[in-house]
Ligand binder design. Structure first.
Ligand code: F6P
Ligand code: MG
Length: 496
């Protein structure tokens, strides 16, 4: 086993501490509320509807199981707040029981096995795996994603930015012939696309536990000016290198892989970027998307989220109609005024674009790394690895199938903060450590195995690939630049 050269971040560090004390309890309470509401509605409907006795039995079983899960989560919250040891993952028949429990044993020997002493990355992955065990050991909640309502609701409130991006793609479609032959213009557009996809990562439900939908709409502001204004917040910027890499690909059968992060708006931006790559550049023929197989860090994409995205976008009723101009909800008024007037056309632009995506899925140009109808928790060696607690420098050894698949890729795009933490092992690297050194834990063999692009807005402490001077300046200015989601890193390592 590799001995990391620096210690991991843990909850003794400020952001880890805030996560254990504030963020996780809010997330756990949210799950309790969700189950409670479902149980309550079910109870009412069993009393009032003409349910058969079989329905009533099943319904009552489900309510009782729901109560059982609520109890377990309540206990977990209690233990977390009191810094109790992390319990072993029960034998629930799903992935990585041994991996998590062996690591727990190792941590116990070092007396680092409680909520405030365990490495932050490990404890956070463990939390979602433990939650999964509560659901998968039941009959009626086994395929239930406790975050699905939240994911969908936030997606619904992203309509404004989604229509804007659909309009932008429509404008590209109009100029398609001209664009395809103009490598310089494509290079400029490529960077806009990268940035759109990068900032799409700013919307993350596990982080934004305290924001309103209007705040989220603000974060999703798209368009040239918004991008330009955010440019200075990209602390490491390898965009030019990625474009040079893509244009150098001679093979006419190039695949790009997206190791996905969040569902909803972020996944929408991933689709837009993927669409741009295959529709407008001559460099990419296929895109493979890699989801998570269990509910993960609240907002991450599961196969069900992936599959429902296109039908949701095609539904006429998915996005709520805009609020009336001059209405009483003051915070929304400016947003509404900013809406382009041509709603019906925009609807059409969105429909055209999304219909193209569907055709790409039908023809295999876009695909998911696992079958689209994969139920939660179904083991699949092509995707399990993403919900282990392992750093990605273990990929070759622990998930050879995934590693070999990615080795053939023209570009592997790792989306978001958690993927970045796992790429770098979430250890206390000095900020000036080169990205390629950090992702290999100095020992290999990840950097150079395939071209890697990480698009990450900073939500957790680990940062590499920037100068100490920049870090010092931001620290002196009192910026929470490592964690506030305002700063970002575009990090690229080519194949060697
Ligand atoms: O900081 C909050 C947090 O939950 C981190 O623990 C985690 O790395 C991140 O948010 C998830 O962000 P993303 O969805 O970008 O991976
Ligand atoms: Mg996420």
């Amino acid at each position: 086993m590799f001995e990391p050269p620096y210690p991991p971040y843990d909850p003794k560090d400020k952001s880890g501490y805030e996560t254990v004390v504030k963020r996780w309890p809010v997330i756990l309470t949210g799950i309790i509320d969700t189950i409670y509401r479902i149980d309550h509605h079910l109870g009412v409907s069993l009393e009032t509807s003409d349910a058969t006795s079989e329905d009533v039995t099943k319904g009552q079983e489900k309510i009782a199981e729901g109560k059982g899960i609520i109890e377990k989560i309540g206990k977990l919250k209690y233990e977390m707040a009191r810094d109790r040891p992390l319990e072993p993952i029960p034998d629930d028949g799903e992935a990585f029981i041994d991996v998590y429990n062996a690591e727990l044993k190792r941590l116990e020997q070092d007396k680092n096995h409680t909520w405030f002493t365990a490495p932050w990355l490990f404890a956070e992955c463990y939390l979602y795996r433990l939650l999964r065990s509560y659901f998968c050991q039941t009959t009626h909640w086994c395929t239930f994603d406790p975050f699905s309502f939240q994911k969908e609701e936030t997606f619904r409130s992203s309509g404004k930015a989604i229509y804007q991006l659909a309009k932008m793609m429509h404008e590209l479609q109009v100029d398609k012939q001209e664009l395809i032959g103009d490598s310089e213009k494509l290079g400029v557009l490529f960077k806009e696309m990268i940035q759109m996809c990068l900032w799409g990562n700013a919307t993350d439900l596990s982080l934004l536990t305290h924001l309103s939908h209007d705040d989220i709409a603000h974060l999703q502001t798209v368009g040239k000016e918004a991008q330009q204004a955010r440019k200075e917040f990209i602390l490491k910027d390898d965009q030019d290198n990625v474009w040079s890499h893509l244009t150098s690909l001679q093979d006419n059968d190039v695949t790009v892989d997206f190791v996905l992060d969040n569902a909803g708006f972020e996944l929408f931006t991933d689709f837009v970027f993927a669409d741009f790559l295959v529709t407008y550049t001559p460099h990419v023929s296929r895109v493979v998307f890699h989801p998570k197989l269990i509910p993960w860090f609240v907002s991450d994409v599961t196969p069900a989220d992936f599959s429902s995205t296109i039908p949701n976008l095609l539904s006429d009723t998915f996005f709520p109609p805009p609020k009336p101009v001059g209405g009483t909800e003051t915070p929304g008024v400016d947003e509404v005024k900013a809406l382009p007037p041509s709603r019906p056309e925009e609807h059409e632009y969105l429909r055209n674009m999304v219909t193209r995506w569907q055709s790409y899925i039908d023809s295999g140009v876009f695909s998911l790394s696992v079958p689209l109808d994969t139920p939660l928790g179904a083991p699949n060696s092509k995707a399990d690895f993403w919900t282990s607690s392992r750093p990605y420098w273990d990929l070759k050894e622990k998930a050879p199938l995934v590693f070999n698949g990615l080795s053939k890729s023209g570009l592997v795009i790792f989306k978001g903060d958690l993927n970045y933490r796992k790429l770098t092992g979430d250890i206390k690297w000095p900020v000036s450590t080169p990205f390629e050194t950090a992702i290999d834990n100095c020992t290999g063999p990840l950097a150079g195995s395939f071209p890697i692009l990480s698009l990450r807005t900073n939500k957790a402490d680990v940062v590499v690939g920037i100068s100490q001077e920049i870090a010092d300046k931001l620290d002196v200015a009192g910026e929470k630049w490592r964690v506030n989601g305002k700063y970002a890193l575009v990090s690229f390592v080519p194949r060697t």
